[in-house]
Design a protein around this ligand. Structure first.
Ligand SMILES: C[S@@+](CC[C@H](N)C(=O)[O-])C[C@H]1O[C@@H](n2cnc3c(N)ncnc32)[C@H](O)[C@@H]1O
Length: 235
């Protein structure tokens, strides 16, 4: 039987997390020393996931659909809560196929009947032609592997004098294209969940589309890097 209340869903999220292949996830996320890193952060994944899920389900309507771009371990409790407590559909896309495999194996072992699976796909293309009333995007535009320079700039890790302007412009155009592709899949009225460091990418797209954006005041921390996450209402 599917869990139907918060304690049951959170227990399920913990059970799935317990079943994950953590040495494999350690390698995927941190290359070396990753298992130890996760050992420290794992309790936080369930905790932060709960905080984000509670925050999000206050805003999102029942029965809609979310597109999670670059979804990983951290989003797992939220995905389960959306599906099980709010009757929503989730599409969780991640370009790291191995991470999808590890997470899907844990879900299939613990909660085979629950409609949460990670797709090894570009979020811009995942589950086309479905439109979504919610877009989730956490630590995607700040990912140092995908955008080394944008990430350094977003976190203030680089001095202006050190910026390779050509590389910066190239990364910014790619990121803009990604933001445009994701924003294009959002129905209005809709919602966007993202970090303070990434919100600018979506505000630019909203302005171009003539959309009105209201930013919620309550922020919660991401599980892995601790960046503040908030929810935008877009109409
Ligand atoms: C830094 S990780 C963030 C993982 C997770 N959201 C978190 O907060 O821990 C960024 C992820 O975004 C994925 N990614 C980058 N571009 C993507 C795209 N166009 N579609 C789907 N996933 C993408 C990468 O493969 C990577 O797994």
């Amino acid at each position: 039987m599917n869990p139907r209340d918060w304690p049951e869903v959170l227990a399920l999220a913990r059970a799935v997390l317990d079943r994950c292949d953590w040495p494999a996830l350690g390698e995927i996320y941190f290359h070396w020393g990753g298992e130890a890193f996760w050992a420290e952060r794992r309790p936080g994944v369930a905790e932060h996931g709960e905080a984000l899920a509670r925050r999000l389900l206050r805003e999102l309507p029942r029965g809609g659909a979310s597109l999670w771009a670059g979804a990983g371990v951290a989003e797992l409790p939220v995905l389960l809560a959306e599906v099980l407590l709010h009757g929503r559909e989730v599409t969780a896309a991640n370009l790291r196929a191995r991470e999808c495999e590890v997470l899907n194996a844990a879900i299939a072992a613990v909660a085979p009947g629950v409609a949460v699976r990670y797709l090894p796909a570009d979020a811009r293309e995942a589950n086309r032609p479905r439109a979504f009333d919610h877009l989730g995007c956490i630590s995607l535009f700040t990912d140092p592997e995908t955008w080394p320079l944008l990430s350094d700039v977003a976190y203030g890790r680089i001095a202006p004098v050190q910026i390779d302007v050509g590389q910066f412009v190239a990364e910014r155009e790619q990121a803009r294209e990604l933001a445009a592709g994701l924003f294009g899949r959002l129905r209005r009225p809709g919602w966007i969940t993202t970090t303070a460091e990434e919100v600018g990418w979506f505000l630019e797209q909203a302005e171009r589309a003539g959309a009105v954006v209201d930013a919620g005041e309550d922020l919660v921390a991401t599980a892995v890097v601790g960046d503040p996450v908030g929810v935008l209402a877009v109409r």
